[in-house]
Design a protein around this ligand. Structure first.
Ligand SMILES: [Zn+2]
Length: 288
C-alpha cells in the first residue's frame, strides 16, 4: 500500500464502489469503504452518495477517532464500525461494508455461514459468523463487531449486511465477493436437499494448507463454540467422520442423533464404538 499514492488510493475506492454497485451488493446510498492512508489517517467514503457513482474528490480524510481532517463532505455514518476494526486489527489496511442480498438474507434469517462446505472458503475465511443486531450508525454497531473482529476477516451483521477486512481495499472487496458467492451456493445446496459437509479431518488438512499458500488467517479453526466474550477462533461446523470419509452426508449436529425434542425420554440412542470414542475425545478436549 505504501507504494500507492493518495490519488491512486482514492481511485481504488472509486473502483471498488463501482464494483459493489454493479454487482448489486449495495442499493441507493448503502455501504461504505475505507482504508489507511498512513498510521494516523483514514481515507473513507462520504455519507449519502451512491457507491456506483463516486469521484476521487468526494472522499474524506479522518483521524483514527473519526474526526474529519479534510474533504467537503462528511464521513460515512457507519464510520464507527470501521474505526473499531482499525483499533482491534493493526494488520488490516482496508474495510468494506455492503448489503449483498443473499448473504444479507442469511444475516436476516439468523443463519451464520459457518458450515465446512467449500475448500477455498475454509482455507481463506474459515467461517463467517453473525455479529449481533445493533442499530446502524450508533455506538452499538462497533460493539457488536468487536466480539468477532479479532478472529475473522469477514462477518455478517444481523438484519443488516456484511463486513470484510483486508490487507488492501481490493483484498477486502474480494472477501465480500467470496461471502456472497458462498451464500448463493449454500442457499442452492439447501434448496437441493442440504450440503454434504467436509469432515473435521478434512478441515484440519485444509487448515494446514493455509501455511503452504501463505494465507494469513487471523485465527485458527476450532470445532466448537467457546464461551469467551471475544471470539478467538473460527468456529466451523464439520462433523467427525468415524469411517474416515472426507465428505459427510448429513448436516453437522444431525449426524449422530436426532434432535432431542423429537425423542421420548426413554428412547435408546445407538452409537458405534468409534462414534463413542469421538464423543469421549471431544469431552476430554473441552475439559482441558
Ligand atoms: Zn449498512
Amino acid at each position: 500500500m505504501a507504494d500507492r499514492s493518495e490519488h491512486q488510493l482514492r481511485e481504488d475506492i472509486v473502483e471498488v464502489g463501482r464494483r459493489l454497485y454493479a454487482r448489486g451488493y449495495t442499493a441507493s446510498n448503502d455501504g461504505n469503504i475505507s482504508l489507511r492512508l498512513d498510521p494516523s489517517r483514514l481515507l473513507m467514503t462520504p455519507t449519502s452518495v451512491c457507491k456506483g457513482f463516486m469521484t476521487v474528490e468526494m472522499m474524506c480524510i479522518t483521524d483514527l477517532d473519526g474526526k474529519k481532517i479534510a474533504g467537503d463532505r462528511n464521513p460515512s455514518s457507519e464510520m464507527q464500525m470501521h474505526l473499531e476494526v482499525y483499533r482491534q486489527r493493526p494488520d488490516v489496511q482496508a474495510v468494506v461494508h455492503a448489503h449483498p442480498p443473499i448473504a444479507t438474507g442469511f444475516a436476516v434469517a439468523g443463519i451464520p455461514l459457518d458450515r465446512a462446505v467449500l475448500a477455498e472458503v475454509v482455507t481463506t475465511l474459515g467461517s463467517v459468523p453473525i455479529a449481533e443486531y445493533a442499530t446502524p450508525s450508533t455506538r452499538e454497531l462497533p460493539e457488536a463487531v468487536r466480539k468477532y473482529v479479532k478472529a475473522h476477516d469477514g462477518m455478517l451483521l444481523a438484519n443488516h449486511g456484511a463486513l470484510t477486512l483486508g490487507a488492501d481495499v481490493f483484498a477486502a472487496y474480494y472477501k465480500m465477493e467470496t461471502i456472497e458467492h458462498f451464500a448463493k451456493i449454500s442457499l442452492v445446496a439447501r434448496m437441493l436437499g442440504g450440503e454434504r459437509l467436509l469432515s473435521r479431518e478434512e478441515v484440519a488438512r485444509l487448515e494446514k494448507l493455509r501455511g503452504s499458500y501463505g494465507i494469513a488467517a487471523p485465527a485458527p479453526i476450532c470445532p466448537e463454540p467457546t464461551a469467551a466474550d471475544l471470539i478467538d477462533c473460527q468456529i466451523v461446523q464439520a462433523p467427525f467422520s468415524p469411517s474416515g470419509e472426507r465428505l459427510v452426508a448429513e448436516s453437522a449436529g444431525q449426524g449422530r442423533s436426532r434432535p432431542r425434542s423429537s425423542m421420548g425420554p426413554d428412547e435408546e440412542i445407538r452409537l458405534t464404538y468409534s462414534e463413542l470414542t469421538a464423543l469421549i475425545e471431544d469431552a476430554v478436549k473441552s475439559l482441558k
